[in-house]
Write a protein that binds this ligand. Structure first.
Ligand code: SF4
Length: 147
C-alpha cells in the first residue's frame, strides 16, 4: 500500500478504505467488532476512516501476516498500553475498571461505568490516537517509563 498518512480527518467510507487497504469490507468490520479499530460514525451512522485509521489497519495486517501475531495477541498488546498513566485516572477509577484489571482487550473496547472515562469518545482519546502506528506503542511505553 502506498498512501500518505498526514491527518486524522475521517474522509474515507468503508468501501474506499477497504479498497485502499486491499482487504474486504467484511475484514474491516471484523477488526472493528474485535475492538482493534474505532472508525468515526457520520451523522447518518456511516463509518468514516481517516488516513491514520488506514495506517492502524495496515499495522494490524502486518502484525498478522508478517509477524504471525493473532488478533487476540494484538488485543493483548494493546491492553498493555498504560491508559491509567496517560489519562491519570484516580485509584478509585482503577479499582473498578476492566481496562486496568484485564489484559485481553484494549482499554477503548471496554465500557467504563463510573470512571473518568465513562463518557470519553475513545476515537478522540490520546490513548487511541497516539497508537495508530504499531511502533508507537513501544515508544509510548518507553517515554512513560522514563518519567
Ligand atoms: S480506561 Fe480505566 S484505567 Fe484506563 S484511564 Fe480510563 S478509568 Fe483509568
Amino acid at each position: 500500500m502506498n498512501i500518505d498518512f498526514p491527518n486524522s480527518e475521517p474522509v474515507f467510507p468503508i468501501s474506499t478504505a477497504a479498497k485502499l487497504l486491499n482487504i474486504s469490507v467484511h475484514t474491516l468490520r471484523m477488526y472493528e467488532k474485535e475492538g482493534l479499530i474505532i472508525p468515526k460514525k457520520t451523522e447518518g451512522n456511516q463509518r468514516a476512516y481517516s488516513q491514520k485509521d488506514l495506517e492502524r489497519v495496515a499495522c494490524i495486517r502486518k502484525a498478522i501476516n508478517e509477524h504471525k501475531i493473532s488478533i487476540n495477541g494484538i488485543k493483548t498488546i494493546y491492553s498493555l498500553i498504560p491508559c491509567w498513566n496517560i489519562i491519570g485516572c484516580s485509584s478509585e477509577d482503577r479499582v473498578n475498571c476492566q481496562a486496568y484489571i484485564g489484559h485481553s482487550q484494549p482499554c477503548w473496547s471496554y465500557k467504563h461505568p463510573n470512571t473518568t472515562c465513562e463518557h470519553r469518545d475513545c476515537n478522540q482519546c490520546s490513548v487511541y490516537k497516539e497508537t495508530f502506528n504499531c511502533g508507537q506503542v513501544k515508544d509510548l511505553i518507553k517515554n512513560i517509563a522514563k518519567d
